[in-house]
Design a protein around this ligand. Structure first.
Ligand SMILES: N[C@@H](CCC(=O)N[C@@H](CS)C(=O)NCC(=O)O)C(=O)O
Length: 220
């Protein structure tokens, strides 16, 4: 298998952490839509990372579809989102809250970076960041037993940890530091627990990559 997409993409990173957590070996092609749009479109018609090339040549794209495939492959005892009810909806609703928080912080970054400064609409950035804040506040309010939904780590924990890491990443110059350290103590401590795992450490992008400022890619 080959995972396509740099780990600085939180969507690629959740796929990478999950592959490693599940013990599935893979090759890694660290490209981005920003620098390699034409190549990325050869894997995913939408031209976004991540994509997963299977050993038979089939390509899956969108982190959710990739993770669902991995869970089906490893089976019920190891799946990171339970394959059956009632566990499935209990974990799924936390995963979609974390994914909503992530999409909204990513949208706010795009609003800031994809427009010339005079066309950036600050109220839209604020709106998106407030949605991220509300979703993370909701996740913060949940008991951890010791994980978010069960006695074992699930996709809800991995995705939440990745979101916290992305929301608190080193800033892009001029972008508001909306979620300083200490904003979500319980979720940050969950992230710190996951950060001890080899799957996290082996997929950690260097700090300078996190300061990367995406721009509209050249059409190839
Ligand atoms: N829903 C997708 C989102 C993927 C996504 O937005 N990837 C970003 C990188 S963080 C990307 O490639 N963006 C390029 C673009 O939107 O043109 C997933 O979960 O995989």
């Amino acid at each position: 298998m080959m995972l396509v997409g740099r780990y600085r993409s939180p969507f690629a990173r959740r796929a990478a952490i999950s592959l490693k957590t599940l013990g599935i070996p893979y090759d890694h092609k660290p490209i981005t839509a920003w620098g390699n749009l034409k190549e990325m479109r050869s894997y995913n018609p939408v031209g976004r990372v991540p994509a997963l090339v299977l050993d038979n040549g089939e390509v899956l794209f969108d982190s959710n579809a990739i993770l669902d495939y991995l869970d089906q492959t490893v089976g019920p005892d190891k799946a990171l989102i339970p394959l059956t009810e009632p566990g499935r909806h209990k974990v799924m609703r936390l995963v979609v809250a974390a994914m909503g928080a992530l999409e909204k912080v990513v949208h706010s970054v795009y609003e800031f970076t994809m427009h010339p400064p005079e066309k950036v609409h600050q109220p839209w950035i604020d709106h998106n960041l407030s949605q991220t804040r509300e979703a993370l506040t909701w996740l913060e309010s949940l008991p951890q037993t010791p994980w978010l939904e069960s006695a074992r780590m699930t996709q809800a924990d991995i995705t939440t940890a990745v979101v916290i890491q992305f929301a608190q990443r080193p800033g892009i110059d001029g972008f508001p530091d909306a979620f300083p350290k200490g904003s979500f103590p319980k979720l940050e401590s969950l992230r710190d627990r996951i950060a001890k795992l080899p799957a996290w450490q082996e997929t950690m992008p260097p700090e300078e990559e996190m300061r990367f400022r995406p721009t509209i890619p050249a059409q190839g």
